[in-house]
Design a protein around this ligand. Structure first.
Ligand SMILES: [Zn+2]
Length: 467
């Protein structure tokens, strides 16, 4: 193995110019997802980037195929089994404030600058050049290898569903779209709404006109607002002031005539770690639950969440708590939209890697029975889990150690890398432990030394998986 590793690494050094040039070519194809056009499901940009990647692949001597502008791929080798490397050619919008033009792939200070250089064009092309080294050296491999160029990762990875319907699922492999060393566990992930129609409404006393707050389901909301109408506005204002004082909840109150606006201020956090934030929506619900809202549906709705969720972020009171060695279930209410006719909350629940969707949803459905609250717009991703001693994980960890000389760090995360979209693959790089992550940032770049090192790691990994 030592000899093969040396030969691959030397060959990559020889291919350095080709690696840099190929990366520049695909970065220059601006590939933000756009509206569908005939034959181009994600618009002009992603289709152009697939075309650029396939041009590069052909120039390097690979067979290529374009699966209807959803996914393109380069293939090499023969054999029944297939090793897949799944990268994506689409990018997020560049935004403002770039030092260098975002799609020129200019080189400054040994870095290639541009949207997509690290996420995910550079790393994908590094894998392609890793395969080129294996081909040029004519190393014996017993499996086919495919470098897959996806085109909708940034907007939900819907291209993979199409690809798997029309083409072949890899037997093993990796995606260069997250972190080294390897991510062996990703939680199951759900996004959904909890809605309720309000039939019984208030005729007098305190009336809730609206509650709004939060931007996305997978963030802990920092701010939530409620607009109320009350016969006795002063009483509500007094209640808010004393609640703030006694409970330490940051809820501000403005009254004008009989209209009251309550603003709840929490602490934002990522939906994968809701325990690190403070949920402004739930803070507001807990206060609203102390008001006399009469025998109304909005009261029922608010009370259900105040009683069964409160400031809790692991679903214990709801009876959906799950836990394994890699962590516990996380429960986040990210968005609220309540008006006089309907209540709607947007949620993000992530469940432990050895648990199933049913483990979460069955007790949840039971809890909701008879409440009038219904689940809508459910999107669910199964967890990803490979035991740490799985051959794929062991192979990738060993290659990483051999090539970098560093100890492997196996990661378990709250979920969702590109690896989840396809069975049998895991996330493997491109960001090193402690490295500043430039994905989606202004002035995104990839250092050319990093790019070359990636090609060495990925070339060796592909060889070890395909030999
Ligand atoms: Zn990415």
């Amino acid at each position: 193995m030592e000899d093969v590793k040396q030969r691959i690494n030397t060959k990559i050094d020889e291919l350095k110019n080709d690696l840099v040039r190929s990366t520049q070519e695909v970065v220059r194809a601006k590939s933000v997802n756009g509206p569908a056009q005939p034959g181009k499901p994600y618009g002009e940009g992603p289709a152009n980037a697939i075309a650029a990647a396939l041009d590069v692949s052909q120039r390097l001597g690979f067979k290529v195929k374009n699966v209807d502008n959803y996914v393109g791929y380069a293939e090499y080798g023969s054999g029944k089994e297939l090793v897949g490397v799944l990268g994506h050619m689409d990018v997020v919008p560049e935004g403002d404030g770039w030092t260098y033009p975002p799609y020129a792939a200019e080189i400054h200070d040994n870095k290639i600058f541009g949207r997509g250089t690290i996420d995910d064009k550079g790393p994908t092309i590094a894998a392609l050049l890793g395969l080129k080294a294996i081909k040029d050296l004519d190393l014996p491999i017993s499996k086919r290898v495919r470098i897959l160029f996806g085109s909708n990762e940034e907007l939900g990875s819907h291209e993979i569903e199409y690809y798997l319907k029309h083409d072949e699922q890899p037997d093993t492999g990796f995606t260069p779209d997250a972190n080294f060393t390897a991510i062996y566990a990703e939680k199951g992930l759900t996004l959904f709404d909890l809605a309720m129609k309000f039939n019984r409404k208030a005729s007098s006393g305190i009336k809730i006109k609206s509650i709004t707050g939060g931007e996305v389901k997978n963030m802990v909301p920092r701010i939530a607002k409620a607009v109320l109408e009350a016969d006795d506005a002063d009483r509500v204002a007094d209640a808010a002031a004393s609640y703030k004082k006694n409970k330490g909840a940051d809820i501000r109150c403005e009254a004008e005539g009989n209209q009251i606006t309550l603003t709840s201020i929490g602490v934002a956090a990522h939906g994968a770690q809701p325990e690190t934030g403070k949920n402004a929506i739930m803070q507001l619900f807990l206060f609203l639950d102390t008001l006399d809202l009469g025998d109304t549906d909005v009261k029922k709705y608010i009370h259900f969440f105040a009683e069964n969720v409160g400031m809790e972020t692991n679903g214990k009171k709801l009876g959906v708590y799950l836990k394994d060695d890699t962590g516990e279930l996380t429960f986040n209410i990210g968005v609220v939209n309540v008006n006089e006719d309907e209540g709607r909350l947007g949620l993000n629940v992530r469940f432990p890697v050895t648990c199933s969707y049913d483990d979460f949803i069955k007790p949840f459905n039971k809890k909701l029975e008879g409440t009038g609250i219904v689940i809508e717009n459910m999107e669910a991703d199964d967890p990803l889990y490979f035991p740490k001693d799985h051959p794929l994980i062991k192979t990738l960890a060993k290659v990483y150690q051999d090539v970098t000389g560093k100890d492997p760090v196996l990661l378990s995360i709250g979920g969702g890398t590109y690896a989840k979209e396809m069975k049998n693959i895991v996330a493997f790089g491109p960001n090193f432990p402690g490295q500043k992550e430039l994905d989606h940032q202004t002035d995104e770049y990839i250092d050319i030394d990093h790019l070359v090192l990636l090609a060495k790691i990925y070339g060796n990994a592909i060889y070890e998986l395909a030999k």
